[in-house]
Design a protein around this ligand. Sequence first.
Ligand SMILES: Nc1nc2c(c(=O)[nH]1)N[C@H]1C(S)=C(S)[C@@H](COP(=O)(O)OP(=O)(O)OC[C@H]3O[C@@H](n4cnc5c(N)ncnc54)[C@H](O)[C@@H]3O)O[C@H]1N2
Ligand code: MOO
Ligand SMILES: [Mg+2]
Length: 650
Amino acid sequence: MSQAQQYSVGILTISDTASADSTKDLSGPTLKTVFKQASKEKITFNVIKSAIISDDFEQIQNIVKTWSDNENLDIVVTTGGTGFGVKDITPEAIEPLLQKKSPGIAYAMITTSLQKTPFAALSRLVSGVRGKTIIITVPGSPKGAKENLEAVINVLPHAVDLAKGGTGENVHAQLNAQKTNNSKDESGHQCVHNTKHEHHHKHEHDTTRSFLSDPLSGPVTQRQRKSPYPMITVDEALNIIANNAEILGSITVPVNENLVGMVLAEDVYAKEPVPGYRASIVDGYAVVASDGPGIYPVVGVSIANVQSEAMQLKPGQITRITTGGPIPNGATAVVMVEDTSLVSSSADGLQEESVKIHVQARNNEWIREIGSDTSVGTVIVRKGELVTAVGGEIGVLSSVGVREVRVYKRPVIGILSTGNEVVNHNEPELKYGQIRDSNRPTLLAIGKITGFEVKDFGIVSDNVQELENVLKLALSQVDVLVTTGGVSMGEFDLLKPTLERSLEATIHFGRLKMKPGKPTTFATIISDEYKKLIFSLPGNPVSATVTSYLFVLPALRKIAGYDNWNLPIVQAELSNNISLDPRPEYHRATISYDYTKGKFLAVSTGNQISSRLLSMCSCNALLKLPGKTDQLKELVKGTMVDAILIGQLN
Ligand SMILES: Nc1nc2c(c(=O)[nH]1)N[C@H]1C(S)=C(S)[C@@H](COP(=O)(O)OP(=O)(O)OC[C@H]3O[C@@H](n4cnc5c(N)ncnc54)[C@H](O)[C@@H]3O)O[C@H]1N2
Ligand code: MOO
Ligand SMILES: [Mg+2]
């Protein structure tokens, strides 16, 4: 405890002027001084990274990501680009990188500045946590930067400690020992250490709301000509989705065939043994093994049926028994009927009187002991496990007297297509420019085959009001909403602004480094006290299908409580050369097991253009191909690649 706590810091100056001439950067050095002055014997801040860049979206993101993800800095402070100037984009670049937002930090900074100037109201600061790094943005003016950092610097060590999984107590002690000038803790303020706790109320983002999408009412002449959405990787996207996909709770359901497709919310144990009594494995005679071969009187019948109590057998006696029948007390083995012969029968010829046993039975031969199949207390299904029809879980649960189990609630999914040109697929005739809706039938089918309840919300035209109405209606009825179309750069691509501006949804990402599926959009909204997920998939039919497997299905599986919600991946050998796309590609292929080679072989489904839905036909795997580089333009036949299994192996 006496050792000083060390915190690594990076300072990023974001300014066109300063990046052209570093001597113009005054805020960077000012912030460094603030950190130096705040370093005392117990807590020291070490500024180990600093950089000056222009107001460039991608550069900002790259540096902040590197400093947090690769360099593992404790604190990253950016200065500049937080105002209302046309070039100011720092909050827009930083916000998508934050895995947890901390509007309180921005609030503390702005409140302090407001005491000096009303213009502080124009400050658009954002802050939060990425991994184990606390990221804060401060204004570009040296005065504002200093003032703002000083307002929060004393809470940063505590924030870092919590972000790193600590309790924060250590830092509290250090801070108290250091007797910092504004220690709130001395006045009895309690910190919340439960970092898992989430507040589910509607305006969680209000203090930091900022939009990347175009305004809804603006003319086409004013649309952004470059997507403002940072292009993130598929893995980053899956992480974001996983952080937002939460289990919905559990329900108790009876054990029957409807349990198939549900995921257990508890470990389930056998309540009764199987068999519940010592039982015969064959049809024959229960004997006392030590009697040996010989002729014995048949003193009773022990058939697989109700018996009030076990019969009693003495040495020198045998009983007839059927498969599954209860072994009489005193019997030590069963002899198969094939190893016996009838010696005498009753006068009416209906009953066996005595039988010859031809063989020497071994003790316990052909006897299933109580609980030898399933003993009491055996785990039958574990929490997080899926109940399948092949797995036999339903049968075993039935056999041991488990009549009900607790399972996770399954998410209800809504599906809709968007587009003025899109018409129902069974329309008798198409007008020029119309296309048949193939996305909705496909996604409805995927939802159904993967065991989820799907609701169809039809085709919605590219009209903000109609979109808003249907989206709201759908969101009131489902847990996860999947839309297709209208997420790219076209003037009728209205999903992003409608979600963000009309529905007040939070868009977590709007562009991915992948093919197909680049404009895939993921948003969340708090509705009916629940966090609902919205996947706005691209309209191109292949893109919609591929992204529904890659993103929607894992999310549904996570919500449904699957322990293992990722899709299975196998390695497969390419059967053709494949030229690489600049973006990492999810190439549709048919994979099958080749016994002579002892591996899976992958055959491409042909032309992979995102409109060619035929490339999905007979596809059972998505090959994960890397993006093209100067060194690697093509993967040759024979290369082993990861294949995400989306269909049956034939
Ligand atoms: N200037 C740019 N244009 C495009 C970009 C880009 O980055 N810059 N991205 C391209 C990519 S990649 C994709 S993918 C598509 C995504 O488009 P949207 O999500 O906006 O979808 P729409 O524009 O509504 O439609 C695209 C295409 O798909 C057909 N479609 C739509 N819905 C259905 C349906 N339910 N069933 C069958 N087919 C459907 C639609 O008619 C269009 O042909 O954007 C590129 N453009
Ligand atoms: O990424 Mo888009 O999905 O090429 O077609
Ligand atoms: Mg479009």
